[in-house]
Design a protein around this ligand. Structure first.
Ligand SMILES: [Zn+2]
Length: 334
């Protein structure tokens, strides 16, 4: 890969210079009401779904609620990523708030933040903490990755040779270790609490918590993680994420962090989700001028990955869409 030819900080500087400091500041400006509104609304929505699982009897409704809760759980992870890993919303209370969104989905806020920084610093290089994706080299591993078992296997690093575990603390400071311990305890307590609660309200806990956590969330996470950097041009230093257009569905499902938005995120990590469309418009020509080619949408990426057996992080030229189509309707081209 030639990505090391121009250092990532130098490429990020090029993006910021292109926009100018005022534009960068405007794109990164937070709207506090929206931020804290989300912090309240998302858990409230999750509790409402849990309550609905307690009340409804229809199997179809229960399945739909399970899917909804799994989607909300993925949004918990994405909100944690944007608010507490990158934008440091909540200041000194950020870590506590972060646990509100990570402990219920059995994620360690500290370990995730540590791994995620290693991803940003080394994106699409062999040192990338997400480099385990290149170990997903058989159909069985790829399908297993959609499940909780496969996710754990991939994260353990044991899918490939000489791979460090994804959640191993890269900067094991005393503070990080003690925080990770608190987080693990809290997650375990929530899980035990859920199992105990299942004796009193089995339907609500099964469809409103356990199935979303164990079935829906891993599948959604796998899809999101795969498509973020699936098809890139290894010889183009600005092609570090799959550049596909997101429609409203993808914007909500992935909280403005997939496709083109993910590409932007790696160059400007502190843009809030509600300013991502503005960032996309501001950087459209920048990426076109650097020949960052578009892929044809995430469904096609997934199809090529699962059925075409394409290698992660390469250019899948047979399905290349024309470059620089600025009049794309909806989420998918072609
Ligand atoms: Zn990030």
């Amino acid at each position: 890969m030639n990505h090391a030819n121009t250092s990532l900080p130098a490429r990020q500087r090029e993006v910021r210079d292109y926009l100018g400091p005022d534009r960068v500041r405007a794109l990164q400006r937070p709207i506090r009401v929206l931020d804290y509104g989300m912090i309240i609304a998302l858990p409230a929505l999750s509790i409402a779904v849990l309550a609905a699982c307690f009340l409804v009897q229809s199997p179809v409704a229960l399945v739909l609620l399970t899917l909804a809760q799994g989607t909300i759980f993925q949004l918990f992870g994405l909100l944690n990523h944007e608010f507490f890993v990158h934008r440091k919303v909540g200041g000194q209370f950020g870590h506590g708030l972060s646990m509100l969104f990570t402990a219920p989905i059995q994620l360690s806020a500290t370990r995730y933040a540590d791994a995620h920084w290693a991803h940003h610093e080394n994106v699409v290089t062999p040192e990338d903490s997400e480099a385990y994706k290149s170990d997903l080299d058989t159909r069985l591993k790829r399908y297993l990755f959609l499940t909780a078992i496969g996710t754990r296997w991939a994260a353990s690093g044991k899918m490939g040779a000489g791979r460090a575990p994804y959640f191993a603390l890269r900067r094991p400071t005393a503070k990080a270790i003690s925080r990770a311990r608190v987080e693990a305890t809290l997650s375990a307590l929530i899980l035990v609490g859920a199992v105990v609660a299942a004796f009193f309200a089995p339907k609500a806990i099964l469809f409103g918590y356990l199935l979303p956590l164990l079935l829906v969330l891993p599948a959604l996470n796998a899809i999101r993680i795969l498509i973020e950097h699936a098809e890139i041009q290894p010889d183009n230093p600005f092609s570090i994420a799959s550049r596909f257009r997101c429609g409203v569905f993808e914007e909500i499902l992935f909280l403005f962090d997939s496709g083109e938005y993910h590409l932007i995120h790696h160059f400007l990590p502190n843009v809030p989700f509600y300013r991502m469309r503005a960032a996309r418009a501001a950087l459209h020509d920048f990426f076109d001028n650097r020949d960052v080619r578009r892929t044809r949408g995430w469904w096609r990426l997934l199809r090529s990955w699962y059925l075409g057996n394409r290698r992660h992080g390469t250019w899948w030229s047979a399905q290349t869409a024309p470059v620089a189509k600025s009049t794309i309707v909806g989420g998918r081209q072609g």
